[in-house]
Design a protein around this ligand. Sequence first.
Ligand SMILES: [Zn+2]
Length: 163
Amino acid sequence: MREKACTICKETFTYKNKSKQYCSNACKQQALRNREKVKLIRAVVSRPAAGSLETTELINRIFNTYIKQVEAMCKEMSIHYSTVIFMKDMIQSLKVAAPIDSKLKTQLEQMKGVMTTLYKYSQNNQCEYGYCSFDQRTANNALNTLKHIKRLRNKQSRERPED
Ligand SMILES: [Zn+2]
């Protein structure tokens, strides 16, 4: 019988088998838990683009509000040209920040298409103060695409809990 220090509690213990590292089952369990903890920390730290989950969540929230805003724009009387430009730039930024090849990115791409159409319309149909109101056809086209995007997003949020 020989003696050595337990890897966990540092108490000296006697051993027959040289590969034995722990004085007791309790210390063996503790070592296992320590290894699990290290694994967990590694998984969190090495996750690609740390914070990307929060970014996606943030984009989703902004996007939901954005959809409501564009719906209102299509239903209300008039909107300033500069607001349309802002909305068009904003959707582009959200699209760039969205995860590559995601459903979210595809939806943002569709939304960008809507904004490009509205932008072009407002470019050519504004009053001397820079305001414009969308005609029935333009507004309906935009609202139909919005409906489609919302359907996709509702479907997705219903599927999410089973992921
Ligand atoms: Zn021990």
